[in-house]
Design a protein around this ligand. Structure first.
Ligand code: GLP
Length: 241
């Protein structure tokens, strides 16, 4: 695992946007796995700026989602589908046809999970998967104690994750209890994993993921098993290393 310490979130965003741009130059139709949350926003802003400046052509890029809330209608502003369309797909000048994600409002959620896991493989696999990290060490929505071999499936959020994500909703009560997430085994199939963590609130989770033992209790520690994993942290998030 490669660990890169950058001065701040903006520098992390620019560094990773550069890696995405390099990938798109090499493979214009690369499948990019994107994460939600506040952390990756500087990446998306920096990449969109490069596209607008004509420094990279993202017109053939394909985008796929890491996870999704269950039960929110697809058009809900905080469904991850809406978030990814708003923060990534449209700013890159792409249409919805270049985007794939799990169907969180499906009647048969289990079937939707299996279909998404299959669709990722049929699309040729994820070339570069961006990840954030939860304060409890989760990746995607794989909460502590998720199997390191898990596939895309339904999960129940912990109280802490619902509280962490309540800022995106009007109240804690509105945060869904259930989600679909790519499993840890699914995530590990991406060709390159890039995790960005910024701010002192992530320092403990980063230290456990990078320097602790590989353990289901710290889902992000699974990156240690991947042959090409890059962890980019700002100085605050690196405080425990
Ligand atoms: C959610 C997402 C994760 C993300 C995490 C951290 O739980 N499912 O993919 O990494 O939030 O979000 P933030 O970057 O806002 O701290």
């Amino acid at each position: 695992m490669e660990v890169v310490i950058v001065p701040d979130a903006r520098a992390g965003g620019e560094l990773i946007a550069g890696a995405l741009a390099a990938l798109l130059r090499r493979k214009p139709d690369a499948l990019l796995g994107v994460a939600t949350g506040s952390t990756p926003l500087p990446i998306y802003e920096a990449l969109a700026a490069q596209v607008r400046a004509g420094a990279v052509d993202a017109s053939r890029a394909r985008i796929c989602q890491l996870d999704e809330y269950v039960g929110l209608p697809a058009g809900h502003p905080e469904s991850y589908r809406s978030v990814v369309l708003r923060e990534v797909v449209r700013p890159l000048g792409l249409g919805e046809d270049s985007f794939m994600g799990p169907e969180g409002s499906a009647e048969d959620v289990q079937a939707a999970c299996e279909a998404y896991d299959r669709a990722l493989r049929e699309a040729g696999g994820v070339d570069l998967q961006l990840l954030g990290i939860g304060t409890d060490g989760h990746i995607g929505f794989n909460e502590p104690c998720s199997s390191l071999a898990s596939r895309t499936r339904i999960k129940t959020l912990t109280r802490q994750t619902r509280a962490d994500n309540a800022r995106f909703f009007d109240s804690l009560d509105e945060v869904p209890h259930h989600v679909i997430t790519q499993g840890i085994g699914t995530i590990l199939e991406a060709r390159h994993l890039v995790l960005l963590a910024t701010g002192e609130g992530k320092a403990d989770a980063v230290a456990r993921a990078v320097e602790g033992p590989v353990a289901a209790l710290v889902p992000a520690s699974a990156l240690q098993l991947h042959p090409h994993a890059t962890v980019v942290v700002d100085e605050a998030a690196a405080a425990g290393l």
